[in-house]
Design a protein around this ligand. Structure first.
Ligand code: AHR
Length: 494
């Protein structure tokens, strides 16, 4: 069955903010420790304690922004415990994630160094749930004040003379849950108070992000926008793709039934409805769309890999995850006027990761490959698109079987596609309307598999990786793509 896509190359729909390709790294399981930080005494290849292999792989994604230190961890993190000589840093219990000892060896200086190595913007989340206004205010002073002050002097004593540039600052995380179990009215008042003392020092201008809603908690968004909208630059939203039930069993990462595959796609697509409804509420208070919707946690969440610490949230990553990633990016592109940033959870070894490590070994996941193929959309001009998709049906339910998005940068058009049907091939007729000249050279890459649980392992790291794609025919300004089941890819035109 063929499907029609019209790309109006002469109708531009603004810019796709590169920050929607952002990341999140929490003190959770083996994300920070082992994933990034191995310490200065490690025998592994590292720079000042940070793994060089992981940094090199992530640099290839052009990571625009990295959120840290949590997540739930952020609202029990006391930053002062994580600066100064490492051997004398206070140890704490990471109560949320496995009850393990956190030695605070990776703190503010190490995180800022990591961001410099990745050439990415830091996004720091402050502690509202169990921290004070003074503590948050002093953290910002420590990082961004360049003059003479108690915190700036302390930073200098700790080895960093110049202040850091910091733009993105979150005032708490999930304050409806692990960040304090607050009502939106209460958090809105706290947000107003805390953010007052989150100061702009010198040239450093912060973009303040208020803790936002869980999934479809529209009352939270309404209350925050009404009570504090004018005091924020961004408002967050968290939504995870969980095929099962969060408490009773989320579903297996590696062994999805046909139904679970289908439900995963359905739930990934639900992000569109959530953004639409939260944005509509934001439009009421902010019709100019000044305040960004910041989707700073998203991705798949399955049952942990059998035999691993349940508090470490380690899961394998398959072709299914790659489709979830591709669908999310298309939804974020669609809403790019409101969605100013998104951060997948999480970068290494946790949930829908880019990278998995085992000792010195490292593998790239199918999700990594989507971020790599789709990076061409970062800061590109979005093109108007009309997709008439055929339906992917299971047990009497229906979903669009393809999703397509297009952008233009440096004289080239990039068309990304996701085909979610796990069984049947399809074809898409793409009409590139509004171009006078010939289309020029067309190249493509595709990620696909013949099993719904195809994934990479430390023994077989390249089972799922992009390959050249040329199963298309071009005639004038039309391209017909033939797509295998379970496929995601990008065409480059011109
Ligand atoms: O990403 C894992 C956890 O999920 C985060 O710490 C929390 O914010 C969310 O509930």
């Amino acid at each position: 069955m063929s499907q029609k896509v019209v790309i109006n190359t002469d109708i531009q729909k603004g810019t796709i903010n590169k920050n929607i390709y952002g990341h999140f790294a929490e003190h959770l399981g083996r994300c920070i420790y082992e994933g990034f930080w191995v310490g200065e005494d490690s025998s592994m290849d590292h720079t000042n304690g940070i793994r060089n292999d992981v940094v090199a792989a992530l640099k290839n994604l052009n990571i625009p922004v990295l959120r840290w230190p949590g997540g739930c961890f952020a609202d029990e993190y006391h930053w002062k415990d994580g600066v100064g000589p490492r051997e004398s840093r206070k140890r704490m219990v990471n109560t949320h994630w496995g009850g393990v000892v956190e030695n605070n060896h990776f703190g503010t200086h190490e995180f800022m160094m990591l961001c410099e190595m990745l050439e990415t913007e830091p996004y720091i989340c402050g502690n509202v749930g169990s921290g004070t206004v003074q503590e948050m205010s002093e953290w910002v002073e420590y990082m961004t004040f360049d003059g003479e002050s108690p915190m700036a002097n302390w930073r200098k004593e700790n080895g960093r003379e110049k202040s850091w540039e910091l733009k993105y600052f979150g005032v708490g995380n999930e304050n409806w849950g692990c960040g304090g179990n607050m009502r939106p009215e209460f958090y809105a008042d706290l947000y107003r108070q805390y953010q007052t003392y989150v100061r702009n020092y010198g040239e450093n201008k912060l973009y303040k992000i208020a803790g936002g809603a869980n999934v479809d908690d529209y009352r939270w968004t309404e209350t925050l926008m009404r009570e504090a909208g004018w005091l924020m630059d961004g408002l967050s939203l968290h939504y995870y793709t969980i095929p099962g039930d969060f408490f009773k069993g989320k579903g297996s990462a590696l062994d999805p039934s046909e139904k679970e595959w289908y439900i995963t796609m359905q739930k990934a697509l639900h992000m569109d409805e959530l953004i639409t409804k939260h944005s509509t509420i934001m439009d009421k208070y902010d019709p100019e769309k000044r305040v960004g919707l910041i989707i700073d946690e998203w991705g798949t969440w399955f049952d942990v890999e059998p035999g691993t610490n349940p508090g470490f949230l380690y899961q394998q990553n398959t072709i299914r995850d790659s489709l979830v990633a591709g669908l999310h990016f298309h939804i974020f592109h669609k809403h790019s006027e409101r969605v100013q940033m998104a951060n997948i959870a999480q970068t290494v070894n946790v949930l829908q990761a880019m990278i998995l490590t085992e000792g010195e070994k490292m593998i790239l996941t199918p999700t990594y490959h989507v971020f790599e193929m789709f990076k061409v959309h970062q800061d590109a001009v979005k093109l108007d698109i009309d997709v008439s998709s055929s339906l992917y049906e299971l047990n009497g339910e229906q979903l669009p079987s393809v999703s397509v998005s297009a952008s233009m940068k440096d004289g080239q058009i990039h068309v990304s596609f996701c085909h979610v049907d796990h069984q049947n091939s399809t074809s898409i007729q793409i009409d590139l309307r509004g171009i006078e000249k010939n289309l020029g050279e067309i190249t493509g890459r595709i990620l696909t598999a013949d099993q719904t649980n195809a994934h990479n392992t430390f023994e077989h790291p390249d089972q799922v990786k992009p390959v050249a794609y040329n199963d298309f025919t071009v005639s004038d300004h039309q391209i017909e793509l033939r797509l295998p089941p379970m496929s995601v890819g990008v065409l480059t035109i011109g």
